[in-house]
Design a protein around this ligand. Structure first.
Ligand code: CO
Length: 209
């Protein structure tokens, strides 16, 4: 494992050769434009690589990942990615993709460890508090965690809808749809939570801009 990193550049050379053997113009064409149709907000978990699990190629998915695929409206990193995706790249779909077996979600159900990450995990704990009754009524721990994963994704979709960036896009009649998905680590399959949000109708008025 310690020398794992040494292989990476060798792997890269092989990958380049492979791509060029299929299409000698692959990199030349890819470098000419950046026009991905969607933004992916996913977990940083190494087992959930956006392109690989969706069968997409370089150039097709604009990606932002963090612990537990959170949309925190004061997070300049997320906001900058969102702003660029919506206002420059003009993407029309944003997918928040969580995953069952998420370590960040599990950590949010446990006591903090007094480290920096606790501050991030707190955002996830707030989601638990919002759905406290439903989650506490699920007796099986695994089922409760799985439901927490789903509710967290839905909540992040609504957080996206409340951002000034998405609100402005909708106000100027831009087509922009937000979707919530959950990936299964043990199956490899994606579940669509059917929480597609395309306008303000599902948001409390206080969040409308
Ligand atoms: Co995760």
């Amino acid at each position: 494992m310690s020398d794992f990193y040494k292989k990476l550049i060798e792997n890269n050379k092989k990958w380049v050769q492979n791509k060029l053997s299929q299409d000698p113009e692959f990199f030349k064409n890819l470098s000419k434009k950046h026009n991905p149709p969607l933004l992916w907000i996913g977990c940083a978990d190494s087992r959930v690589p956006a392109n690989e699990i969706t069968g997409t190629s370089p150039g097709e998915v604009f990606v932002h990942r963090n612990i537990a695929n959170m949309v925190v409206h004061t997070d300049m990193n997320m906001l900058s990615v969102l702003d660029y995706a919506v206002n420059t790249l003009k993407i029309e779909h944003i997918i928040v993709c969580g995953h069952y077996g998420c370590g960040g979600i599990k950590a949010a159900t446990e006591k903090g460890k007094n480290n920096l990450t606790d501050n991030w995990i707190r955002h996830i704990k707030d989601v638990y508090r919002l759905h406290f009754d439903e989650l506490e009524n699920i007796t099986k721990k695994q089922e409760r965690l799985d439901r927490f994963v789903e509710l967290n994704v839905m909540e992040q979709v609504y957080h996206l809808a409340k951002t000034s960036i998405v609100q402005r896009a909708w106000r100027s009649d831009r087509k922009l749809s937000l979707h919530g998905w959950v990936y299964g680590l043990t199956t490899g399959l994606i579940k669509d939570l059917n929480v597609t949000v395309q306008n303000n109708t599902e948001l409390k008025e206080i969040y409308h801009n």
